[in-house]
Design a protein around this ligand. Structure first.
Ligand code: NAD
Length: 489
């Protein structure tokens, strides 16, 4: 299909009536409430989703609980086959899904396409674990005993995801949940639910049993909160802001449900003088400007060794000025708009705070007038460690660059944050690069442009960036309980 037709198809899908996907059926909400979906590139309403409430969540949890005994008893190979079928269905609909995601979220359709591909790969990777979740035999201290462990699925999972990579985030939750043998209620972000609704259509088409995967749309404070409060939910897998994550702790205490938290970051990019400076500058720029900085691992602080500071900052500024900011549906766009007018104003507020606290803008710093929520890639220098732009997650295309003298100072600066999600290190010297990687407090450290995410690589935060790990074997085991069985011989 050509991209004009895909755009029309995405508009038509967005404009349809949307309900919740519960127990394998499309069900209208218990209330008539609706939430507008807005195209961030134009600021116009493209459709409406149902504003789910506690009653809808209750129905969805009931459906997931009813489906749990049969699904958890289904063999790993059978579950894997369905996961592969869903991956194939995603790929068969990849360009349509990418266009829909671009329209709803604003990101370039090309990048959304990578998200669809990544989602399919995630399902295939995790499908491989479905039949391989073994326990271990245990040598006991008690005489005449033998024990072993088994891994059992934890139960119904509530999966709550943010708006920055809507489909990829949703599937990254579903894949290990399904592999572990759990059933799930997914609550997409209220700003970007369209791709999750399209995903639910594909879930129905490929034949997942009713109730294994349910999708309830709605506001965080209502549908999301109801899911976290629900006593029938065994675990909440949450990705979102640190503030919201902290708020969930008290709610989850009700039935001591398990909680995994993938939260915010203030990730450092550390560039040593001996690095490939051109690659480092490009890596540093795209790490924070990609997806308009609405990336949890965005390298929003760049620490550059003093002897090469001017050279590297010049390259980052040049890249910031050259980035093609525009509609996500235009083929040559590198970065699209911010998600909403409110978020754009928040990001602009940080730029104003940076200026008023004494930092200097070398590139960008302005929002684009006219339609949509566009913001120029922005580079700050002369920021102090106590400035808000150095401490708080901005979640926009804004970077602050500061010089350091030696590795010890760089590591102290890198760790001077309450977050610990990710970091990047650039050096050609293995000892320098790995030494820094070992000493920086972050769940993922990328060396010389290493990938930040892969379904096989554990991902999660130190400090206030979260609890638990996604991806890899650890990511699937997170949806299981260990049971020990001992036998008296
Ligand atoms: P958010 O916390 O506002 O919302 C995330 C999700 O939680 C949404 O679906 C929202 O509806 C829901 N929610 C909000 N309040 C809730 C409540 N009281 N109970 C239950 N659910 C509730 O975050 P956001 O603004 O959508 O996303 C941006 C944040 O997400 C950033 O801080 C970013 O760093 C973080 N993030 C982290 C990762 C990671 O893997 N660590 C990945 C992407 C985004």
């Amino acid at each position: 299909m050509d991209s004009n037709l895909e755009f029309d198809a995405a508009r038509a899908f967005a404009g349809q009536e949307h309900n919740h996907f519960i127990g394998g059926e499309w069900q209208p909400g218990a209330s008539a409430g609706k939430i507008d979906s807005i195209d961030p590139g134009s600021g116009t309403v493209i459709g409406q989703i149902a504003a789910g409430n506690a009653e809808d969540v209750d129905h969805a949890v009931d459906a997931a609980r009813a489906a749990f005994p049969a699904w958890s008893a289904t063999g790993g190979i059978q579950r894997a086959k369905l996961m592969w079928a869903l991956a194939d269905a995603l790929m068969a609909n990849a360009s349509a899904l990418a266009m829909l995601e671009s329209l709803d979220n604003g990101m370039p359709a090309r990048m959304a396409g990578f998200g669809v591909m990544g989602a399919a790969e995630n399902l295939r990777y995790n499908a491989g674990w479905a039949g391989k979740l073994a326990g271990e035999t245990v040598s006991m201290s008690a005489p005449d005993h033998q024990a072993f462990t088994i891994r059992e699925p934890v139960g119904v999972v509530g999966a709550i995801v943010p708006w920055n990579f809507p489909l990829a985030m949703a599937v990254a939750k579903l894949a290990p949940i399904l592999a572990a043998g759990c059933t799930v209620v997914l609550k997409p972000a209220e700003l970007t639910s369209m791709s999750a609704l399209k995903l639910a259509e594909l879930i129905a088409e490929v034949g997942f049993p009713a109730g294994v995967i349910n999708v309830v749309t709605g506001h965080g404070a209502e549908a999301g909160q109801a899911l976290v409060d629900h006593p029938g939910v065994a675990k909440i897998a949450f990705t979102g802001s640190t503030a919201t994550g902290k708020g969930l702790l008290a709610s989850a205490a009700g039935n001591l449900k398990r909680l995994s938290l993938e939260l915010g970051g203030k990730s450092p990019t550390v560039i040593f003088a001996d690095a490939n400076l051109a690659a480092a500058a490009e890596g540093a720029a795209m790490s924070v400007f990609m997806n308009s900085g609405q990336v949890c691992v965005a390298g929003s602080r760049v620490l550059i060794q003093r002897s090469v500071f001017d050279q590297v900052i010049e390259a980052i500024v040049a890249r910031a000025r050259a980035i093609r900011v525009g509609s996500g549906q235009a083929p040559d766009t590198e970065i699209g708009p911010l998600i909403s007018g409110q978020h754009r104003d928040r990001v602009l507020g940080y730029v104003e705070a940076g200026r008023s606290e004494g930092a200097e803008v070398l590139a960008g710093g302005k929002v684009r007038q006219g339609e949509g929520f566009f913001m120029e890639p922005t580079v700050f220098v002369n920021a102090r460690p106590e400035h808000r732009i150095m401490r708080e997650e901005i979640f926009g295309p804004v970077v602050a660059a500061v010089p350091f003298d030696d590795a010890e100072e760089a590591i102290a600066m890198a760790n001077d944050t309450e977050y610990g999600l990710s970091a990047s290190v650039w050096s050609r010297e293995i000892g320098t690069a790995l030494g820094a990687a070992r000493k920086i407090d972050a769940g993922t450290v990328r060396v010389n442009g290493g990938a930040g995410l892969d379904p096989a690589m554990p991902f999660g935060g130190f400090k206030q960036s979260g609890w638990g790990r996604e991806n890899g074997r650890e990511g699937v085991l997170a949806f299981t309980e260990t049971k020990s069985i001992s036998i008296k011989l």
